[in-house]
Design a protein around this ligand. Structure first.
Ligand code: NDP
Length: 264
């Protein structure tokens, strides 16, 4: 079975690291032309060098852009259209979480978290909408977290903002169905990536290895599969939902959490 994506154009925000980078890699392996963005020029250049080692330069486009800078996102969309002629798949992945309880969350941080989780999706959707409308198989796929359904007090602002994104994704799926644009999301549990590497560097027991530290987290948090996810696992879920293989699926939120979801 094929994803039927050869020759299509995909945009992946936050494609310079972790889940985004694995999504870029998988799409390129499927014959897709991929444009991806990130803010840090060095990380972006490193991701570009990695992809150019494996895939033809004419299908790779790394672009420096902060998804919270609307003018920059519009310029990104213009550049993608100039380079690839349009966009078929938009994958909104850029972002990060905030670890803090209510007492440690200042008003500005509430606003920043809400802005990140909503406008990191709203700006790219607005900027790429004309191109998606012209596509024969348009889709928008948002990276979200299980926190949207299962909030954690130590990530209170992120949990609330994730719930807003889930709600927004559902509304957009219904509104855009008439245009033929499918809108879905994935709900992540805990996935190995740069965010977890940073937390690992700050671990209390500096003698613990990465494997020991992540296995202990999985055990302590009650992840039934007993491990964190690998970045390529959500990447596969994203590519499936974004592809014509999921042609009759819109408004879905696919769980990629190793069974961490406690809901029916
Ligand atoms: P990484 O930190 O490895 O990757 C995040 C990517 O997003 C990087 O390329 C980063 O590059 C980019 N990015 C962040 N902010 C912006 C921005 N404002 N504009 C453009 N690019 C941006 O994290 P993950 O791969 O783990 O996370 C991917 C997504 O999954 C994120 O949205 C994260 O919140 C979400 N998630 C991850 C979980 C996990 O356990 N890993 C759990 C739940 C959700 P740069 O910093 O250079 O801009």
């Amino acid at each position: 079975m094929s994803f039927n994506l050869e020759g299509k154009v995909a945009v992946v925000t936050g494609g310079s690291s972790g889940i985004g980078l694995e999504t870029v890699r998988l799409l390129l392996a499927e014959g897709v032309k991929v444009a991806w963005c990130g803010r840090d020029p060095e990380r972006l250049a490193a991701s570009q060098a990695l992809m150019l080692n494996q895939f033809p330069a004419e299908r790779c486009m790394a672009y420096q852009c902060d998804v919270l800078d609307n003018a920059a996102v519009v310029a990104f969309a213009t550049a993608v259209e100039a380079r690839f002629g349009g966009t078929d798949l938009l994958i909104n992945n850029a972002g990060q979480g905030r670890v803090a309880h209510f007492a440690q969350t200042e008003d500005e941080q509430w606003l920043a978290e809400t802005r990140l989780k909503t406008f990191s999706v709203i700006y790219p959707i607005k900027a790429f909408m004309d191109q998606l409308t012209r596509s024969a198989c348009p889709s928008i796929t948002n990276v979200n977290s299980l926190l949207a359904l299962q909030p954690e007090p130590h990530m209170i602002a992120t949990s609330a903002a994730r719930a807003a994104l889930l709600n927004l994704t559902h509304s957009l799926a219904h509104e855009f169905a008439a245009k033929g644009i499918r809108v879905n999301s994935i709900l992540l549990g805990m996935v190995e990536s740069a965010q977890w590497r940073r937390r690992f560097a700050e671990r209390s027991d500096q003698q613990q290895s990465w494997e020991e530290w992540t296995a202990e987290i999985a055990l302590r948090r009650g992840i039934p599969m007993g491990r964190l996810g690998k970045p390529e696992e959500p990447a596969r879920a994203l590519v499936f939902l974004a592809s014509p293989l999921a042609g009759y699926t819109t408004g879905a939120a696919l769980d990629v959490s190793g069974g961490f979801n406690k809901h029916l």
